[in-house]
Design a protein around this ligand. Structure first.
Ligand code: COA
Ligand code: AMP
Length: 623
């Protein structure tokens, strides 16, 4: 079996045989005899009797098998002017010691550890150390502020939080400690201990009896990996749902290792020893899968980049890193390309570097618009490979399998479904769409290994969010179509999730913050198009009677930044007389979004008062 089509068909016809074969790439402490437990639908478990340790697969086995002196991690930080490399042996030593330190603080198998850190090697070491102990890490993106951090701490209930004194953005130093302290004040389930990595740029005060210095914890005696069940959780990663409460996506150990090993070879065409660079953040799923786990599980070299596509120091930053470290494949979000293109439309910076070793540029996180695709394709002269996935799936649902069977690229399409993903386009009534007919993108159950088995501590929400709408299918939340060649086109979210600079945010959580202001009676947040960031949120608020409008918009912008974090990027709030609603009280966000984009949006027949929409039109058309 060689080509994509044969492989894909085999994965759908007989998933158990397909994944049993793929699973041989993983080193198990007990090889799975059962491949899929499907006795309790819609809950499925892959490799239920298998046992392994993910950290041992990512580090120990490479050290034992001749890669001890190969570079595992390259830390490249233009914001601090630092570069550091770790061989597999060095990364293993550092991880085993930090795991020993965590164990000394009472962290055992199944316990949670929240990691709130910038893009420094300590973040990767902390993640791997948790995996080594069979503990469950939950990384919170550094751009989130105290309130969001507290919500995640309360859901995960960690034994320890690992953080750092600061993050470094191009124009400012972001002090993490005040945000951590505030989050722990708010949290109902704070940890007993915090471990803080002190950075040269800014050292913070440690609180006696609670905070410990990273260096102290990391100097403990090293510990061995703890075997865990394949179905035990490796991590929980929170993502935005349609309500204000983030969803804790659970990732298991066994299916994750199997799926990532398959994907890094077959999608990204990476072999052991190659250099792979994912320019994202360890706070996102892309960072979990393709900065940390997949390259290390394979025995490749990963790049950890603490910088931006532009401004650190110029729009040639990505090409400098790729050429300097011999990157074979770069993976980033379209928003980064748009930012680079804006500053360097002719690609002059590209010409300054030797990019002969760079074979591919992978794109995900949001739709790769054909215009950006054409620009990158022309300027770089290598395949620009779009692929589509979600925090929930952990690896690509649709991609172009460059290491297996490269397919012709169709701009605007992330190409074809990957093995195990039986993608169907469904109409509202559950029937299947014809080719080229747009509908809800769904995946027939069971999902392949590596995808979410459930939400952290909330099976009912897992079912309600993803499985209830179409029995027997997982609802992705995206809309799109399959064309006559089986290529998938993903057109955007069909729910209230928005995508700001490749970051997934819920309009519901921004609305929840706006609603806390005493002057706000009602509010709505919609995602509007933005040239660089893809989408940005826009707020519309109705005042409480007697409340003053003066200065309110600025106060609300500041409130969102303080509560959610700078990444929310809410810059525009309009005060409006009323919000358009259906007779049952549902706010017509989609209609407002259409009007804001200048579309001739049909007015739903269920509208309560068409006059409200008319009054809003001139406001929505501005900006
Ligand atoms: N810690 C603290 N603050 C952070 C942060 C972090 N890790 N990441 C971003 N922020 C802050 C930024 O400093 C900025 O603050 P400001 O409003 O004071 O300027 C704010 O959050 C918004 O940041 P961002 O969305 O990154 O916008 P930007 O204008 O600074 O940069 C891009 C624009 C396109 C260069 C940038 O968004 C980018 O590199 N995007 C790639 C996204 C990505 O990799 N996504 C992962 C999915 S694959
Ligand atoms: P996240 O969970 O943060 O990775 O965000 C997942 C969402 O981002 C998806 O549901 C899509 O809406 C969007 N997305 C990610 N990759 C792509 C892509 N290649 N094309 C279109 N949308 C994408």
């Amino acid at each position: 079996m060689s080509g994509y089509r044969e492989l894909f068909d085999a994965s759908i016809a007989d998933p158990q045989s397909f994944w049993a074969e793929v699973a041989k790439a993983v080193t198990w402490t007990r090889a799975p005899q059962q491949i899929l437990d499907d006795s309790n639908p819609p809950f499925y478990r892959w490799f239920p009797d298998g046992e392994l340790n993910t950290c041992a697969n990512a580090l120990d086995r490479h050290v034992e098998n001749g890669r001890a002196d190969q570079t595992a991690l390259i830390y490249d930080s233009p914001v601090t002017g630092t570069q550091r490399t770790y061989t597999y042996r060095e990364l293993l030593d550092a991880t085993a010691k930090f795991a020993g330190g965590l164990r000394g603080l009472g962290v055992a198998k199944g316990d949670r550890v929240v990691i709130y850190m910038p893009m420094i090697p300590e973040a990767v070491i902390a993640m791997l150390a948790c995996a080594r102990l069979g503990a469950v890490h939950s990384v919170v993106f550094g751009g989130f502020a105290a309130h969001e951090l507290a919500a995640r701490i309360d859901d995960a209930r960690p034994t320890v939080v690992v953080s750092a004194s600061c993050g470094i953005e191009p124009t400012r130093t972001v002090e993490y400690k005040p945000m951590l302290d505030a989050a722990l004040q708010m949290a109902e389930h704070p940890p007993r201990v915090c471990v803080i990595a002190q950075r040269e740029r800014h050292r913070c005060e440690l609180i006696a009896d609670r905070d410990l210095d990273w260096d102290y914890v990391a100097s403990a005696a090293p510990v061995d990996p703890v075997p865990v069940a394949a179905t035990d959780p490796l991590y929980v990663l929170y993502t935005s749902g349609t309500t204000g409460k983030p969803k804790g996506i659970v990732r298991d150990n066994g299916g994750h290792a199997v799926a990532l090993m398959w994907s890094i070879r077959n999608i990204y065409d990476i072999s052991p020893g190659d250099v792979f660079w994912t320019a994202s953040d360890v706070g996102w799923v892309v960072g979990h899968s393709y900065i940390v786990y997949a390259p290390l599980l394979l025995g490749a070299t990963t790049v950890l980049y603490e910088g931006k596509p532009i401004g650190t120091p110029d729009p040639g930053a990505f090409w400098r890193v790729a050429s300097e470290h011999g990157v074979k494949a770069l993976f980033t979000a379209p928003t980064a390309l748009r930012a680079i293109r804006k500053e360097d439309p002719d690609g002059e910076h590209i010409g300054r570097y030797d990019l002969s070793r760079m074979k591919y540029l992978f794109q995900a996180g949001e739709r790769l618009d054909p215009d950006t695709y054409q620009w990158a394709s022309q300027k770089l002269g290598i395949p620009i490979v779009d692929h589509w996935w979600q925090t929930e799936t952990g690896w690509a649902i649709a991609a172009n399998p460059m290491g297996l069977d490269p397919m012709p690229i169709k701009p605007g399409s992330p190409t074809v479904p990957m093995p195990g993903y039986d993608v169907r386009i469904l109409r509202v009534d559950g029937s299947s769409c014809e080719p080229n007919e747009e509908g809800a993108i769904c995946i027939r159950l069971p999902l392949p290994p590596g995808t979410l088995p459930t939400l952290w501590g909330d099976d009912a929400r897992y079912e309600a969010s993803y499985l209830r709408e179409y029995a027997g299918y997982y609802l992705t939340g995206d809309g799109g179509y399959l064309d006559e060649d089986g290529y998938l086109f993903v057109m955007g979210r069909i729910d209230d999730v928005i995508n700001v600079a490749g970051h997934r945010l819920s309009t519901g959580s921004i609305e929840a913050v706006l609603a806390t202001h005493p002057a706000v009676a009602e509010c709505a947040v919609i995602g509007v198009n933005d040239d660089i960031k893809g989408q940005v949120p826009r707020g519309l608020v109705v005042l409480q009677s007697g409340a003053k409008a003066e200065g309110l918009a600025d106060e609300l912008v500041a409130l969102v930044r303080e509560n959610i974090g700078a990444v929310a990027c809410l810059k525009a709030v309009d005060i409006v007389p009323a919000l358009p609603k259906t007779r049952s009280g549902k706010i017509l966000r989609k209609t407002m979004r259409g009007i804001a984009h200048g579309k001739d949006e049909p007015v739903p027949s269920t509208i309560e008062d068409p006059g409200v929409l008319e009054t809003l039109k001139p406001i929505l058309h501005t900006r």
